[in-house]
Design a protein around this ligand. Sequence first.
Ligand code: DLZ
Length: 152
Amino acid sequence: MSGAGAPAIAVEGGADLKVAVVAAQWHTQVMDGLVAGAEKALAEIGAAHDLIRVPGSFELPVVARALAGAGYDAVVALGVVIRGGTPHFEYVCAAATDGLNRVALDTGTPIGFGLLTCDTEEQALERAGLAGSREDKGREAVEAAVATALVL
Ligand code: DLZ
């Protein structure tokens, strides 16, 4: 299971890489799926990895920045933000997205973007790589980060 429209990504040679997975903790069921999909993909690739948990998606960029400076070949950021009744959703999504992009550009370390920004929990579950999910965004984020690290 990958994703609707997701291309097949070449990750041969990724076994020599060391990857950090940084994962938020909100929306436990979805996050469990994303982390499991990411770790399964890394095991298949053969890449060594460490898993670091942060409280919420807002905290992903600052920890990704520290990990990018700590010798990892790639960082994979995983989080789930679900729209509520206030503008908070927009602020967390923008801060996490802009922050992760800035980390990648400032450090030159590829960041796999595994942040789900959804209107409902159902949409997130469809993308979580769980039994019955249509897509596996944890896997996709790993494959993109590893493939990019192999290009650099
Ligand atoms: C506060 C908050 C809310 C309302 N929703 C989410 C969410 O859907 N997903 C997520 O990852 N984090 C959420 N947070 C927590 C923020 O990301 C952050 O951890 C707190 O604002 C503390 O800095």
